[in-house]
Design a protein around this ligand. Sequence first.
Ligand code: XMP
Length: 522
Amino acid sequence: MTAGTAAGAAGGFGTVLVVDFGAQYAQLIARRVRECEVYSEIVPSSITASEVAARRPAGVILSGGPASVHVDGAPSLDPDIYGLGVPVLGICYGAQLIAEQLGGSVGRNERGEYGRAEMTVAHGGGTLLSDLPASQPVWMSHFDAIVDPPPGAAVTASTATSPVAAFEDRGRGLYGVQFHPEVQHTPHGLQVIERFLRRGCGAGPSWSMDSIIDASVAAVRDQVGEGRAICGLSGGVDSAVAAALVHRAIGDQLACVLVDTGLLRLGEADQVEETFGRHFGIDLVRVDAAEEFFGALAGVTEPETKRKIVGEQFIRAFERARHQVPDASFLVQGTLYPDVIESGATTHSSTIKSHHNVGGLPDDLDFELVEPLRLLFKDEVRAVGAELGLPDEIVHRQPFPGPGLAVRIIGEVTPSAAATLRRADAIVREELRNAGLEREIWQSFAVLPDIRTVGVMGDERTYGRPVVIRAVTSADAMTADWARLPHDVLEAMSSRVIAEVPGVNRVVYDITSKPPATIEWE
Ligand code: XMP
């Protein structure tokens, strides 16, 4: 495949560049900037002053990071960036770097400062803190601490441990905060970021749903021209929003493919067909491939082999569908910004989402990629989807693994096991929705382990299968905690599964976090 151009490129928006000294921190900062309706992009710390100048950003934010400025090889910044006349805000490590590079000093504390601290505003608080409470809680996470700000900068806040919790030199456009304004534990943090953007950078609100959609639509039209595009729909949020956006741009030049693997959730294939085929009037090719999938999976119990088989079958089914759209030369993918950043690609190169994604198609398919979501975070994707008129059930759908129910059926994946699990899974999700908890839970589903258990129903002894309920809270699936679901919700799930799903005589709840367990069972 060849690389496509990035849709929604930032032309026309006042961009803020977030320099990455620690990936998790940088992503959160970039999201907060966008919450303030200013477009942000993450850039590596190796970026040079001339590269920054060429982008003509409204401002630059240096993220926090795990390093100490005193360690050999600690990541640094091209010092000429400070001389570009572009306002710079350093956060934690970023603030220490500014101090260190511009003639201030950073010392080692006896003990670091971690967690909540009470911060006292000084000298009226300056650009970032004036008119915020004179004393306020902030979240700290640092070992080193700034001792002296750069000459000419005023200290605008301190804590008991950090004499320089915030500094600024408005004339030179230099700002530093030792605390983390991007985390929720700093209650006024978002306001601090907003003050930097509005007052420090003069960046007004411009990054809105309308502007995102307009820019993406224009970019897709530009890329595809009179060509034809094809998009695989999985039922998930990303592919759904990508398809809706591309459809808005090029109308019936888009065809969608829906592969019913037999491993989707209850009613999922029909709902996708209803939404995209009937509601949007998109040319939809549905491939009913369940028989082939189950045939290939017969007798297979090893988890990785199952995943591989599902992947291969998916490609075959997609290829079959493709013959029905022979003139398509563009492939739409729902790649998101975090995938782009994590794969190390810049916004100008392209990446194929393959990890954790059965829709990961092989490289030798001769398509040019169209990735209209590659600059967006997940919450933005959902907002775009809602704005484009996608139904709530799709926009707020929980993540679902590419191999579908195959990773939730332990042992052999048979049509009857899939039918059992599909019914139990539908009940679990329905009861969660009835309890109004769907949006608080990252994923909730049922698992069918490969064991038998004894029970008694009526007068009869049963020898059935247990169903495991798994529900987790998480921010990014990297770590997760088991959800403390109310007992009455669990009870409703349990009694309905027993009453409504034949062959199941026991329901258990998985109370393991990740790590050590994974979210899925295999
Ligand atoms: P684990 O189970 O590794 O899952 O904690 C983390 C996230 O990834 C999803 N997941 C998968 N997605 N193919 C996918 O497309 C897979 O093989 C796969 N395994 C796990 C899982 O649902 C969770 O959101």
